[in-house]
Design a protein around this ligand. Structure first.
Ligand code: FAD
Length: 437
């Protein structure tokens, strides 16, 4: 006879651990199965942990968690093959706690710490354990999971799926349809070691209590949908890029070659000069947004985090906070269901209601038009970004032409590349997708 616990959580990432922590704190018997050697060992993230949800669970996390640097400075840059044009932020409020809830982290360290907090709260975390399938009763209701361990079947009242992007278990549970390449971004990332003083010098940071996050658009992804990033850690920088999977497949792009090219860009090269490669990783990221979401609950099962496509891939790149928030809400719904002694879909529907009222669905809904718009408008990434860089460069040229003559040439160049109708159409669609849906 298999053992029985209250709740099985599949996946020891931010979603699964936030869920397990919340349940364990409330005295609910919870076991987390993580396929990696330890939580975080298989996890990839550009590196900004958005801590708004974490602060609700562990308000003094800053004193204990292995966060690297607060993000006190952000830069957004369009790059062409050789040039760059950017906007920089430096908001003094963000230099003070709680630092706008933005901290760089290395996931292998952070996830392990977070999992330890859940263990201290009473959850059981079993690493090196892959969950392959569900156990069903005679009425085809989920009553447990099958793991790859010997005697690894476990019975439970409810399974929380937090197994990350392309959740095979959500598919097995009939909660999501076939995966389509257009719903994913492929991310590649390197961690490069650099002394703390060099990082401060190169990114104009006053001390190790300041950190920078640079985001790059345009040539970094060969002008297809995606972006690049450099985030500063204490003694390393995380550099990488994410590129739309369908675009990359169509064009035969190899992301690691794009990353090499990005690292050799004249703007980027001096920032990472003489650094030591420490780690290389690649991972998928859900990009379907609101319309890419699966069903998130059914009898005895809930889905949260990347497994439910809860990533705001707009300009914010928020995944870690939505993962934690959804994990907490899943736990809340499970606790209510437990109180009623009813884990049916009807009872677990509370989870969907909580999500609707939370920033998870509110934010995904706000940007619901964005993935479709960006996929159907590849010209946004080449026409406009390259043109903007060229025009900015022209604007600052000092030579024999008068400023008036130069600006006439700039207008001629702009209208030769973009029609007024296209500009109006794109401006309207951008407004609807980014600002007001
Ligand atoms: C390149 C890249 C850059 C990113 N940058 C950022 C960023 O800067 N900021 C941000 O907020 N988000 C970022 N994200 C997104 C962020 O990483 C995710 O949204 C977040 O990790 C989701 O957490 P999760 O717990 O849902 O999934 P995950 O972190 O993926 O955790 C899932 C866990 O489940 C385990 N697992 C999977 N299947 C099984 C199984 N069958 N049995 C047992 N265990 C299993 C995995 O090993 C893993 O530990 C980035 C993603 C990528 C790929």
């Amino acid at each position: 006879m298999a053992e029985k616990v209250d709740v099985v959580v599949v996946g020891g990432g931010p979603a699964g651990i936030a869920c397990a922590y919340t349940l364990a704190k409330a005295g609910v018997e919870t076991i987390v199965f993580e396929r990696g050697g330890y939580p975080g060992s298989k996890n990839v993230m550009g590196g900004i942990l958005f801590t708004n949800a974490l602060a609700k669970l562990i308000p003094d996390f800053r004193e204990h968690a292995p966060v690297e640097r607060p993000v006190t400075k952000r830069k957004f840059l369009a790059i062409s093959e050789k040039d760059a044009l950017g906007v920089e932020t430096g908001f003094s409020d963000f230099s003070r706690p709680p630092h706008n809830n933005n901290f760089t982290v290395l996931r292998a360290r952070f996830d392990q710490w977070f999992a330890n907090q859940a263990e201290d709260a009473g959850a059981m975390i079993l690493s090196e354990t892959v969950v392959d399938d569900f156990i069903y009763d005679d009425n085809k209701k989920i009553i447990g999971v099958k793991t790859r361990r010997d005697d690894g079947d476990i019975l439970c009242n409810c399974v929380v799926l937090a197994d990350g992007v392309n959740s095979l278990l959500a598919k097995k549970a009939g909660l999501r349809s076939e995966f389509k390449p257009k719903d994913f971004v492929l991310g590649v990332k390197m961690v490069l070691g650099l002394p703390a003083e060099k990082i401060c010098e190169r990114f104009s940071l006053e001390s190790k209590n300041d950190g920078a996050a640079y985001e790059f658009f345009g040539a970094v992804t060969n002008n297809i949908l995606g972006s690049g990033f450099i985030y500063t850690n204490l003694e390393s920088v995380s550099i990488g890029l994410g590129v739309a999977l369908d675009g990359a497949c169509k064009l035969g792009l190899r992301p690691y070659e794009l990353l090499d090219k990005f690292m050799d860009h004249p703007y980027v090269r001096p920032l990472i000069k003489d650094s030591e490669p420490i780690e290389y990783s690649a991972h998928l990221l859900p990009e379907g947004g609101y319309h890419g979401m699966p069903h998130v609950f059914h009898d005895n099962v809930l889905v949260c985090g990347d497994a439910a496509s809860f990533v705001n891939t707009s300009i914010y790149h928020e995944g870690s906070n939505l993962a934690m928030e959804s994990g907490i809400l899943a736990a809340k719904a499970v606790m209510q269901a437990r109180g009623r002694g009813d884990f049916s879909a009807k009872s677990l529907m509370k989870y969907a209601e909580y999500l609707q009222e939370s920033i998870v669905i509110k934010d995904l809904k706000k940007y619901e038009r964005l993935p479709g718009f960006l996929h159907s408008s590849p010209h946004l990434f080449n026409n406009y970004l390259d043109l903007a860089i060229e025009l900015a460069k022209d604007y600052f040229i000092v030579d024999e032409l008068s400023k008036g003559e130069r600006q006439k040439l700039m207008f001629k160049k702009a209208w030769g590349r973009v029609s007024v109708m296209q500009l109006i159409g794109d401006a309207y669609k951008s407004f609807r997708s980014f600002i007001w849906n």
